[in-house]
Design a protein around this ligand. Structure first.
Ligand SMILES: [Zn+2]
Length: 333
């Protein structure tokens, strides 16, 4: 870990300056809430801030030195004053037991002279009981303890928690800045298309460019075309889609939403419409030509609602089957 005066990503400068000012002025908020879409670097910025709070020499610089014993313990993942609360399984809730254990640890003093940092990610995964228990941590502050909450859906947190947090909202950077950054990372493909797919999140766009997710997207699109053509694929496709975890499902539904938005653009403006998924233009155009506009709007709405329901839906199978069936019906009325 090297000290750096700059944030990790160029679009985070203002947020980082704010966090640095907290450290330099020794006005550390008791709780910070970092919200915004995935792929904007919330975690990386939170880590950089946490390191500055823990480092033994960062008081004057707001920069972790990377060399003191605190920095070394943090890098080794064994700093006693750095606590991380996350769901025990991806996509699951953070339960009350985890917050009870946290409370027990907070009853003890921090081990080092500087701050104790508690990171909760994703904070919107706190279930109701856990959120209520956590509220007590905020109401009865323990010494030199700073909570950092990260999450995409801040609105799911109780207002009583949100109102006790300093908020940093992460927005997608300007397209020009994202394009420049992607080029610097060696991305040579269609940056605009990657950014559209990633809903404007540069880190996600980079991930798409560097991994096999483009192949996965292609496969899912083929599934979707097959389903439009025949009902007989329902069971086979539903079985495969059900195996996705929460994050993958969210991505899948985001892609569906993008394709539907493209279909709507094509249906309204014709083949010259500027769509996001340009590589799929031919197939999308064929679909757009035969689909009913009203039904398309309705289905678009269904996909968005399903995506919002993902964290609370117990029956993934039902949700996926309904989505596929609706899609087939739209194509075969
Ligand atoms: Zn240090």
């Amino acid at each position: 870990m090297k000290p750096s005066t700059a944030p990790l990503y160029p679009w985070q400068t203002a947020h980082w300056q704010q966090l640095q000012a907290y450290v330099l002025q020794q006005r550390i908020p008791q709780a910070l809430l970092l919200t915004g879409r995935a792929g904007l670097g919330k975690r990386q910025l939170a880590d950089q801030y946490a390191a500055a709070l823990l480092c033994q020499t960062a008081e004057q610089t707001a920069l972790a030195c990377g060399e003191c014993s605190s920095c070394q313990l943090l890098a080794a993942g064994t700093h006693p004053d750095y606590l991380r609360i996350a769901p025990e399984e991806t996509g699951k809730a953070i339960g009350i037991d985890q917050i009870r254990q946290l409370n027990q640890k907070l009853a003890l003093k921090p081990q080092f002279e500087r701050y104790r940092v508690v990171v909760i990610e994703p904070a919107d995964a706190l279930n109701v009981a856990a959120a209520n228990a956590f509220l007590k941590c905020l109401e009865e502050p323990t010494e030199r303890t700073c909570f950092i909450l990260l999450g995409q859906y801040a609105s799911r947190l109780p207002a009583t928690i949100r109102s006790r947090c300093q908020k940093l909202v992460f927005l997608s950077p300007a397209a020009e800045q994202s394009r420049r950054w992607l080029a610097e990372q060696g991305v040579s493909g269609d940056a605009d298309m990657l950014l559209e797919m990633a809903l404007g999140s540069p880190l996600l766009a980079l991930d798409y460019a560097q991994t096999d997710k483009m192949a996965l997207r292609q496969q899912l699109f083929q599934d979707w075309l097959k389903m439009a053509a025949s009902h007989s694929h329902l069971a086979e496709i539903a079985e495969r889609w059900q195996k996705f975890d929460q994050i993958e499902l969210e991505r899948l539904l985001s892609w569906l939403a993008l394709w539907l938005a493209d279909l709507l653009k094509l249906a309204l403006a014709g083949p010259s419409a500027r769509i996001g998924s340009r590589d799929l233009q031919a197939s999308l155009q064929q679909l757009a030509a035969k689909l009913d506009l009203k039904g398309l709007y309705r289905y678009y709405d269904t996909v968005l609602t399903s995506r919002a329901k993902l964290t609370t839906t117990l029956n993934k199978q039902l949700l996926i089957e309904a989505l596929l069936l609706d899609w087939w019906q739209l194509n075969n009325r």
